[in-house]
Design a protein around this ligand. Structure first.
Ligand code: NAD
Ligand code: UDP
Length: 311
């Protein structure tokens, strides 16, 4: 198949490019390089099945493709808050452009939605049937509401125009190729520990997240895209739940060194807890994550330790 991946030079997108190229598909990677890097897909350049296109998803595009994975959108809070209006445009106009293309060329289109659609949830763990608890006017809203509006567009194009959609809600995912200055917690803690700096826990560190290793997630993406039973939304993530203090202690234990834990103010609207209910993914895809946090953290430490040496 010929497959378009928007945001294909980013953290998740580049791993997806690798897997699809391994399976002998033709991959078109479209990216504006806001948080993505050529280094992430450098090894694919020259491969006859791979094409790289510098383009912004808010400007229309046309490709004859069978599948579209729409991943374009900065995912880390400092990056998506850097230009919040652009973030909203990327989610909403980007979704319209992907859906319009899918309608025209009859491609199946996949949306990388997020656990942020649940906001600061008061149902725990979060099943897909939960409608969420989201601030529409806060600092995180450009991302959360942008992704919610994108889901609405996906389902309206599906109902109104019969577009073949797949919508997944991703819970915090980590691994090699995150940016060292990405701002998300796993990369922050690992880079801080490797550089002998103190680990910056926001607030008391009692807030929880559930961390999925990238290989597990990408496996779930591909299984979900190619099944015919449901269009989603479907949660994908690792249900293991940890406080930020537990994560900091794990990173300190694995890296060693002299770093300590320091506390910084909690950002506004920071969700207190998050854990996916993955019953639907288990039943429909026979999917569940295989890589435990400790093992995934070790692999990610190994990656950053090399990446920091290279500079
Ligand atoms: P990332 O920031 O590494 O990747 C996003 C990619 O999109 C980058 O390559 C960036 O340059 C590109 N991009 C951003 N705006 C663009 C635009 N206007 N036009 C073209 N390209 C653009 O983040 P990621 O972790 O790889 O996330 C990928 C997708 O998955 C995002 O849509 C994100 O919202 C979603 N997601 C990720 C997580 C996670 O934990 N990693 C969780 C929930 C949802
Ligand atoms: N966090 C932290 N220290 C950091 C970065 C993040 O304690 O250096 C916390 C943050 O407040 C949040 C959690 O870690 O509670 C996850 O943050 P991240 O930005 O990775 O993802 P999100 O909040 O979008 O789930």
């Amino acid at each position: 198949m010929r497959i378009l991946i928007t945001g294909g030079a980013g953290f998740l997108g580049s791993h997806l490019c690798d897997r699809l190229i391994e399976q002998k598909h033709e991959v078109i990677c479209l990216d504006n390089f806001f948080t993505g890097r050529k280094a992430n897909i450098q090894h694919l350049i020259g491969n006859p099945g791979f094409e790289l296109v510098r383009h912004d998803v808010i400007d229309p595009f046309k490709f004859e493709v069978d599948r579209i994975y729409n991943l374009a959108c900065p995912a880390s809070p400092p990056h998506y808050q850097y230009n919040p209006i652009k973030t909203m445009k990327t989610s909403v106009v980007g979704a319209i452009n992907c859906l319009g293309l899918a309608k025209r060329v009859k491609a199946r289109v996949f949306q990388a939605s997020t656990s942020e659609v649940y906001g600061d949830p008061n149902v725990h763990p979060q099943p897909e049937s939960y409608w969420g608890h989201v601030n529409p006017i806060g600092l995180r809203s450009c991302y959360d509401e942008g992704k919610r509006a994108a889901e609405t567009l996906f389902f309206d194009y599906h109902r109104e125009n019969g577009v073949d959609i797949r919508v997944i809600r991703i819970f915090n995912t980590y691994g090699p190729r995150m940016l060292p200055d990405d701002g998300r917690v796993v990369s922050n803690f690992i880079v801080q520990a490797l550089q002998g700096k103190d680990l910056t826990v926001y607030g008391e560190g009692s807030q929880t997240r559930s961390f999925c290793y990238v290989d597990d997630l990408v496996d779930g993406f591909m299984r979900f895209m190619e099944q015919e039973k449901i269009v989603g939304p479907m949660n994908l993530g690792n249900p293991g739940e940890f406080t930020m203090l537990q994560l900091a202690e794990l990173v300190l234990k694995k890296v060693g060194g002299k770093s300590k834990i320091t506390h910084l103010p909690l950002p506004s609207d920071d969700p207190k807890q998050r854990k996916p209910d993955i019953s639907l993914a288990k039943e429909t895809l026979g999917w569940e994550p295989k890589v435990p946090l400790e093992q995934g953290i070790e692999k990610t430490i190994a990656y950053f330790s090399e990446a920091l040496k290279k500079g």
